[in-house]
Design a protein around this ligand. Structure first.
Ligand code: ADP
Length: 360
């Protein structure tokens, strides 16, 4: 029967999810050079199938010039959006079984974060990013399970800019600041006043994304591209009612396009730009600190140090699963940022190993 089919699928999925449980997965994606840059020198010397990437500094010689970083996966530059999603799918699907999942895009501005999460063009399904593919997949699986479980899916979309939370799904473009309420009863609904819009097909999602993009552009100027200085969080809330046992399960998926991780030259940044840079630094390091504290099983997890970690609180740690896409730009003039991005990512990725070793 279809109920048994669902159970069997759940068992397979459960096994896949067990593989991922507890671990913070880090996938590295290298932006391809554009066709006009075919002769450009690359700082990426080698990408291994084993998750290693070698970075070369053209200004140094010998051993000094090369550094290897290791992650769960490193994608070659010609990876398709479909292949990226294939490696993300087990996590996304686990949301339908009541797990909370966080997927981040980290990297300097221009390294491909938005390309991975949203894609370059809403109109072209082939280049859709993780966000749309995840929702399409959730709709597809919930339809397949419809005889056994009745699912409802709703989305919220917020922006965190200078430590203020804003609703991106308001139709009137109002700029209301929202509060965060961390409460275990809420199960991922940490910004309860942000619009929660029911969706049941990809067209619904596309319509909402357009509203979100329009609202996000408010406040951006040509000089000050706001989207690179704010975190955008798309949260998918799933509620499933088991039609046999009548039990209810809830899961949520946060899809986060982080602010650009580049360090700002303190001597140059002043005024608004300096304030933005300080807020970004603070929230990205707070995210790193929370992830390390979780992996070290520290009794105190410093969620309260930034709005970002407060919003994501019940989806980081516990039974929640985390995936970080780390993006790098292989151009030689981005080398400094590439190294600091990879160091941050390695800190996030290695912690679990360190914790496991110390438990032995
Ligand atoms: P970010 O969000 O990190 O600021 P974007 O995603 O906007 O960066 O990418 C910067 C530019 O590079 C965009 O024009 C984007 O289309 C292009 N780009 C990024 N990643 C890829 C990729 N994997 N393949 C082709 N073009 C890409």
């Amino acid at each position: 029967t279809s109920y048994h089919k669902v159970l069997e699928e759940n068992r397979i999925l459960y096994n896949q999810v067990q593989d991922l449980k507890g671990a913070i997965r880090v996938y590295c994606r290298v932006k391809p050079f554009s066709p006009g840059q075919s002769n450009a020198q690359s700082t990426v010397d080698y990408i291994g199938e084993d998750g290693n990437i070698m970075i070369v500094n053209p200004q140094k010689q010998g051993k000094e010039a090369r550094k290897v970083f290791s992650f769960n996966k490193v994608f070659p530059t010609n990876v398709t959006q479909e292949q990226i999603y294939a490696d993300t799918q087990p996590l996304v699907r686990s949301v339908l079984d009541g797990y909370n999942v966080c997927i981040f895009a980290y990297g300097q501005t221009g390294s491909g974060k938005t390309y991975t999460m949203s894609g370059p063009d809403l109109m072209s399904e082939e280049t859709w990013g993780v966000n749309y593919r995840a929702l399409r997949d959730l709709f597809h699986i919930s339809k397949e399970r419809a005889e056994a479980i009745k699912y409802e899916v709703g989305v919220q979309m917020i922006e965190i800019y200078n430590e203020q939370v804003r609703d991106l799904l308001v139709s009137d473009g109002s700029n209301r600041r929202l509060d965060i309420r961390n409460n275990s009863q809420l199960n991922g609904l940490n910004v309860p006043d942000a619009s929660l819009v029911p969706v049941s097909c990809t067209q619904d999602v596309l319509d909402l994304m357009r509203i979100g993009q329009k609202n996000r552009a408010v406040g951006a100027t040509a000089l000050n591209e706001r989207s690179s200085r704010s975190h955008s969080v798309l949260t998918v809330h799933v509620r499933g009612k088991d039609l046999v046992s009548n039990s209810i399960l809830k899961g949520c998926l946060h899809l986060v396009d982080l602010a650009g991780s580049e360090r700002v030259d303190k001597s140059e940044a002043v005024g608004e730009r300096l304030k933005e840079a300080q807020h970004i630094n603070k929230s990205l390091s707070a995210l790193g600190d929370v992830i390390s504290a979780l992996a070290q099983k520290s009794p105190h997890i410093p969620y309260r140090n930034s709005k970002l970690t407060q919003v994501l609180q019940d989806s980081l740690g516990g039974h929640a699963k985390t995936l970080m896409f780390v993006h790098i730009n292989p151009e030689v003039n981005a080398l400094g940022e590439t190294i600091s991005t990879l160091k941050f990512a390695e800190r996030v990725a290695c912690i679990e190993l360190g914790a496991a070793q110390s438990n032995k």
